[in-house]
Design a protein around this ligand. Structure first.
Ligand code: NDP
Ligand code: 8X3
Length: 250
């Protein structure tokens, strides 16, 4: 039977690549993000392959999130795959020099936003006794690195929430998985360094970083395992990266 996926952060990077791969595999799509034009462009492109609707919201707005999900069209109400992907790092500063607005953004988007979206979708999965939630964590969920402080804390929280969801939702046959990537070449570093493109580019210079398509491929693999198989946690690095800070650059 045709599946429906709800993907947050579909306007770029990992979320967009996942939308494209799912569309090629005939998955019905609900694509979310703040940048409407990008959502519309992607909808237009992927509509040739599958049914696509777009939901424009900021995951920090709990009322809008709840309202938009509550009012999904009838044929999009059964969500089989929730891909909790929206998120970013904001800044890379020591704890003593960190910007409080950056801290708010990371905790509000990466942690609370993921919770608001999940809260709106989980009850219907429970009603149906089925569903699959994929939480996009990070190697920053498993380790901490210099100046990563609050971003790492936000992703450690995603790791904890992933484990908690697995426990609380186990009796409803809902599968829950986390994927924790190392360096993926997306707009992530543009956001982290607030549009300083040279600095952002330097993050991926001198080695082959993971590509958004690599993570999309893993997400697709995870959700297409037979029903009795649930990958709990998957950490993936580029070959050149051993830890968050050890990189074999040219
Ligand atoms: P991108 O910056 O390319 O994509 C981030 C996505 O999140 C965008 O679609 C953006 O959409 C969305 N988003 C950000 N803030 C909000 C918000 N307030 N409300 C709604 N949507 C929002 O980065 P990636 O694709 O790399 O990041 C995707 C996920 O992967 C994130 O959770 C990130 O932490 C994680 N990750 C990334 C790694 C990397 O090296 N790139 C490594 C490990 C994990 P819009 O701006 O339109 O709202
Ligand atoms: C993104 C990877 O190392 O920049 O989550 O934190 S890292």
């Amino acid at each position: 039977m045709k599946k429906t996926a709800f993907i947050t952060g579909a306007t770029s990077g990992i979320g967009k690549a996942t939308a494209i791969l799912f569309a090629k595999n005939n998955v019905r799509l609900i694509l979310c993000g703040r940048r409407k034009e990008r959502l519309q462009d992607l909808q237009k492109e992927l509509n040739k392959l599958t049914e696509v609707i777009i939901l424009q919201f900021d995951v920090r707005d709990k009322y809008d999130v709840a309202d938009k999900i509550e009012n999904l069209p009838e044929n999009f109400q059964q969500i089989d795959y929730l891909i909790n992907n929206a998120g970013n790092a904001h800044g890379l500063s020591s704890i003593q020099n960190g910007d409080i607005d950056d801290w708010d953004a990371m905790l509000d988007i990466n942690v609370k936003g993921l919770l608001y979206v999940s809260k709106a979708i989980i009850p219907k999965m429970i009603e149906r006794n089925s569903g699959f939630i994929v939480n996009i964590g990070s190697i920053a969920a498993k380790d901490v690195y210099p100046n990563g402080n609050v971003y790492c804390a936000s992703k450690h929280a995603v790791d904890a929430l992933n484990k908690s969801m697995r426990i609380d939702l186990n009796k409803y046959n809902i599968r829950v998985s986390a994927i924790h990537p190392g360096a993926v070449e997306t707009e992530f570093s543009d956001v982290r360094f607030k549009g300083d493109t040279e600095k952002a580019k330097s993050v991926y210079a001198g080695y082959k970083a993971l590509q958004a398509e690599d993570i999309a491929d893993i997400i697709h693999f995870v959700v297409t395992r037979p029903y009795h198989v649930n990958i709990e946690d998957l950490v993936v690095y580029p070959t050149a990266q051993a830890t968050p800070t050890i990189l074999n650059k040219e």
